[in-house]
Design a protein around this ligand. Structure first.
Ligand SMILES: NC(=O)c1ccc[n+]([C@@H]2O[C@H](COP(=O)([O-])OP(=O)(O)OC[C@H]3O[C@@H](n4cnc5c(N)ncnc54)[C@H](OP(=O)(O)O)[C@@H]3O)[C@@H](O)[C@H]2O)c1
Length: 314
């Protein structure tokens, strides 16, 4: 299928416009934009032109005139709209957490477990933005020396919480930003922290991997940063880790990468790779554009992989 009929649902949010930008850059021509009733009839940029936004209803998505659908809406909406689009015959790449841990739904980062994508039954799930950048770095370390445990502290940008959160940050005087934990808590952990563990285990197919996370939101517009401590099964020096990461797809080793440097880039940047002075493992700093590789780019890479393998049918 050379030019699939594509729907972008959530086209007016934080992630949807990046999906549209990347689709236009890659030469996809048959693209439609969907959002809520509030946005229906408005326009969004697409390449040199624009698209009129259509209302995303179950009926509209089930009519059978889409081959591929990218969803960047919340979990509740995805859980209704995605099955409707699948009924209409579209393969759906969903960025919400509605299906990520469901049996039979591949949860895919192409550089890590792309082989799982064609196993879909109409839905491929895109992991949480923090999980994507983490597994891009963990997988080459696992290949080099096995993984014994992972500890992580995140510094996540406002855009990870959507367009409204970006607007809120933009409206604040720059001295008034705060570090917050704006997720749901279930006992000691936020849902973001438990998602990071469960999704990482599913993608790496390491169901018992010990992983402890503390996630925080920082007053940065785009780009998630992570301090990561890894213990490996076999000894792995900082130089060996740097070498393994330098050869990994989608990863770039940098000296002191910042969120600002990562914003607008496709690669996951990793730096400060060093021995953990408090333990036996390694410490490192990982940054990534959460709207690109953390969301839109990863989803499009999944679709391109399916197209290349002619696996765009449930
Ligand atoms: N932001 C990230 O870095 C990131 C990374 C990975 C995954 N995700 C996931 O991607 C999804 C979207 O994230 P986002 O950050 O782009 O959110 P967002 O900025 O809040 O955008 C939400 C989108 O959903 C649309 N929408 C809201 N209510 C709707 C309805 N009733 N019917 C149809 N469309 C509706 C909105 O359209 P209107 O403008 O018309 O309201 C908007 O286009 C979430 O599930 C999120 O967890 C986000």
């Amino acid at each position: 299928m050379s030019d699939p009929r594509i729907g972008v649902v959530g086209a007016t949010g934080a992630v949807g416009p990046v999906v549209l930008e990347l689709l236009a850059e890659r030469g996809f021509g048959q693209v439609r934009a969907f959002a809520s009733q509030r946005s229906a009839g408005s326009t969004v940029p697409f390449g040199e032109g624009e698209l009129e936004v259509e209302e995303a209803t179950e009926d509209a998505l089930a009519t059978g005139d889409l081959d591929l659908c990218f969803f960047s809406v919340g979990t509740t909406l995805s859980s209704h709209l995605v099955p409707a689009a699948v009924r209409g015959g579209a393969v759906c790449v969903d960025k919400s957490s509605a299906f990520r841990l469901a049996d039979g739904v591949p949860l895919v980062v192409p550089e890590v477990n792309g082989d799982r994508a064609p196993e879909h039954d109409g839905i491929v799930a895109n992991p949480n933005c923090s999980t994507i950048q983490l597994v891009c770095v963990l997988d080459p370390l696992r290949e080099a020396a096995g993984l014994r445990s992972v500890r992580i502290a995140t510094y996540q940008s406002a855009s990870g919480a959507g367009a409204e959160s970006m607007d809120r940050l933009r409206s604040l005087p720059s001295a008034e930003g705060d570090v917050v934990m704006d997720w749901e808590f279930d006992g000691d952990e936020s849902d973001e922290e438990s998602k990071l563990r469960a999704e990482t285990r599913k993608i790496l197919e390491l169901p018992d991997l010990p992983l402890s996370a503390t996630c925080a939101r920082v007053p940065v517009l785009i780009g998630h940063s992570q301090a990561v401590w890894v213990e490996t099964e076999e000894p792995l020096s900082a130089d060996q880790a740097r070498e393994a990461l330098a050869g990994a797809p989608g990863v770039r080793v940098a000296e002191l990468p910042t969120a600002r440097e990562a914003a607008g880039e496709d690669d996951v940047l990793v730096g400060r790779i060093r021995s953990d002075t408090a333990g036996e493992g390694l410490a490192m700093w990982v940054v990534c554009d959460n709207l690109r590789k953390g969301a839109a780019l990863n989803a499009i890479q999944i679709a391109e992989l399916l197209l290349a393998r002619q696996a765009l049918a449930a």
